[in-house]
Design a binder for this molecule. Structure first.
Ligand SMILES: Nc1nc2c(c(=O)[nH]1)N=C([C@H](O)[C@H](O)COP(=O)(O)OP(=O)(O)OP(=O)(O)O)CN2
Ligand SMILES: [Zn+2]
Length: 123
């Protein structure tokens, strides 16, 4: 099995809902995002999927999030824009846009800081 990962990032503001503490107040992060796909098959160029394709589709999702106040976005209406929910949102978006390609979307990891991250995967 081949596991392919690309890294990207976005900057945004948020505040957690139903949370008692600092994070209930407006603040921002530079989130680092890891997208991992896997496949058993390689194409004639020896690629599971071209990293350029993976980056292009991921960039489209980042554009929706970058420099936004996440709580205001339709994607997070009524839910807390935690790293967990951000990871699932990115996963669901990419699952759709990567469907034409012969790879399985394995996981999305969302780093909120250098020492804390959440990962979403489908069983
Ligand atoms: N499971 C989660 N826990 C927390 C999330 C989250 O998305 N998932 N988010 C937050 C807040 O967004 C907050 O901004 C992060 O706070 P904190 O971890 O305290 O960040 P610090 O940089 O201050 O951490 P230190 O390492 O303690 O300095 C909170 N929890
Ligand atoms: Zn935060």
């Amino acid at each position: 099995m081949y596991h392919l990962t690309i890294l990207t990032h976005f900057a945004a503001a948020h505040n957690l809902l139903n949370y008692q503490g600092d994070c209930e107040n407006l603040h921002g992060h530079n989130w680092k995002i890891e997208v991992t796909v896997n496949t058993e098959e390689l194409n004639d160029a020896g690629l599971g999927i071209d990293f350029k394709i993976l980056k292009k589709h991921t960039k489209e999702v980042m554009n929706y999030l970058d420099h936004k106040y996440l709580n205001d976005l339709e994607a997070f209406k009524g839910i807390s824009p935690s790293s967990e929910h951000i990871a699932k949102f990115i996963y669901d978006r990419l699952l759709e846009s990567l469907s034409p390609y012969a790879v399985h979307l394995e996981k999305i990891t969302v780093w909120e800081s250098d020492n804390a991250y959440a990962t979403y995967t489908q069983s």
